[in-house]
Design a protein around this ligand. Structure first.
Ligand code: MN
Length: 230
């Protein structure tokens, strides 16, 4: 059948083995580190997990990302990204690791001003979170090549200054529980990425800023904030 137009090619991320990882969807868990939940004004002990989504096309492999329009407070959130290699519904936490292809450093870039307004008005977060080029990731390391990812440092520097410093061990909902939870609502598929939440210390960026996300055992993610999106 003749197509009305040619579709945009899906994003293919790169693994540390130099292979392509076709990206499908992006799920993001919110408030998964107690200290960050507190800095956003929430009591972490009483909050069940929750998540939101981004289009797969928001994923970019590091490099320069544009400042999006309609925000005066675009913020970084350094996160461990889990790449799903095998799909499933109602995944048992005990089996969840078998669904993981690998791990990467990631940034869940956020229009914080629009998120605050959405929270206040009880509106969806889409325009705050599901933003073009808002999900940069580093190389995806196959789980077989990565160390134990239930613990280890996660840090972010902005222009060489340390801004975020946490430990994966401090996740309120560990990766296996996050996978189990999301799979209750959606059939996870190979190619899905899960952003697992950010430690405290989030903050705003300006054009020209250099961000680096570092997680023990993974390749660093280096991003430069470019000019406003055209
Ligand atoms: Mn986040």
């Amino acid at each position: 059948m003749k197509r009305v137009f040619e579709p945009q090619a899906p994003v293919v991320a790169v693994t540390s083995r130099g292979e392509g990882f076709p990206v499908r969807r992006v799920f993001c868990i919110g408030r998964n580190y107690a200290a960050h939940a507190r800095e956003m004004g929430h009591d972490p002990d009483r909050e069940p997990p929750f998540f939101f989504t981004k289009w797969g096309e928001t994923v970019v492999q590091g490099g320069e990302i544009a400042m999006p329009p309609e925000t005066a407070d675009y913020q970084f959130e350094a996160e461990l990204v889990v790449a799903i290699g095998k799909g499933g519904r109602n995944i048992d936490p005990a089996d969840a690791e078998t669904h993981i292809y690998g791990y990467a450093c990631g940034l869940d870039m956020t229009r914080r001003d629009l998120q605050a307004e959405a929270k206040k008005k009880g509106r969806p977060w889409d325009i705050a979170k599901n933003v073009e080029q808002s999900a940069p990731i580093g190389l995806i390391h196959p789980a077989a090549d990565a160390p134990d990812m239930t613990l280890g440092g996660i840090t972010l520097t902005q222009n060489g200054m340390l801004k975020q410093s946490g430990d994966l061990w401090d996740m309120i909902w560990p990766v296996v529980d996050v996978i189990a939870y999301i799979s209750r609502f959606y059939a996870l598929e190979a190619g899905d990425l899960i952003f697992t939440g950010t430690p405290e210390g989030v903050g705003p960026v300006q054009p020209g800023d250099a961000l680096s996300v570092m997680i023990a055992g993974l390749s660093d993610l280096d991003v430069v904030i470019g000019k406003p999106a055209q």
